[in-house]
Design a protein around this ligand. Sequence first.
Ligand code: PHE
Length: 410
Amino acid sequence: STSDTIAIHNRTFKRDDYTNITDKIISLSQKRLHIQPSHPLSLVRQRTINYFYKTFLNSRRNPSFSVYDNLSPIVTLEQNFNSLLIPENHPSRNKSDCYYINREHLLRAHTTAHQAELIRTGLDNFLIVGDVYRRDEIDSTHYPVFHQLDAVRLRSRDQLFPNDDALSLFVSDDTTCIPGGPMKQNCHTLEAFKLMEHELKTTLVGLAKELFGAEVKYHWVNTTFPFTQPSWELEVYYNNRWLEILGCGIMVQSILSNIGVNDRIGWAFGLGLERIAMCLYKIPDIRLFWSTDSGFLNQFKVQDLNQPKSYKIVSQYPQCIHDISFWLPDDSMNFSSNDFYDLVRNIGGDIVEQVSLTDQFVHPKSDEYNNAVIKLKRAECTSDVNTDINEPLSEAPPKKRQRFKPRKLL
Ligand code: PHE
């Protein structure tokens, strides 16, 4: 559009030479898939939250972690980059990688964008879940909008060393540190660092076991982030391949000191919900998460969040609905709609997603019944589903009267 402002989520922004957000991306930013009940991304979110709730209880046996899944994806460059010490020249700031609204605002590129503001409100243990935006090619594993879950845990000296007054978090005479390396930050004592590393890693291995099963194979890989040091990635072996599921590390101390927190040390991690959901539920294409097709969504309406679930492919073709009506034969008193459902199921197989009785009619003069019955969804389907609905039946269809078996009334 040619207007010099952009309206997004009831706010108006001035366009400038940084603006590269599109109407399509704005429309996706309203969807909030991660909080749609029984959406597969929502299942991974809820399982992860439940794990944190039960793993970290405070002295009154309430969950220590609080959850923020409703924060606006519109953030400032200060939130997304500066507060996390991401350098001015860092490639992640490029216009070619981010959706900028203008020079001051962008759609968050990671949920880590909110960690400083939440710490500033006084929180020590929290999870952030939300949609994140990165310009990317579109294929089966990349989409410019995806979803992340971040966590932060801050610990005071008394919490970390409740039984030993002699131990401390910080080395008082050394606040410098060599950024980026695999070493602990110089300002941290070895004992504080080791305890934090241990808690972080056992927490995340516990999460991997919760999601992928107690027997899951995993390993740690050293990496770097501008906002944690040292930093690691956790990889799990699942469905015959190594899968990087999260990045984490000990928070760079100056992030905390910049917002006035001088008595705590922290760990943080961030994970991508799509990748885990694709792996856990065998969802072959990242674009499916945006499907509004009930053939996709209904598969994830599970009773038990933790029950294993394998996605069954549905047609690429849109659903279609057929209304069918027919007169019942003379002995129709013995007909039940279940007889018809079985007939449809028997002939149509998995192509038919749903059949329901929508109306009944009795002709006032002739006394005949008319059943307007069927909602047949999806006439076309992909190759591994039975496609021979249009083939002639191998046997001659039985006479209707035999087909509609009488059903005893109780
Ligand atoms: N924000 C990082 C990412 O998007 C993940 C991360 C979060 C790493 C917090 C360390 C700590 O890849």
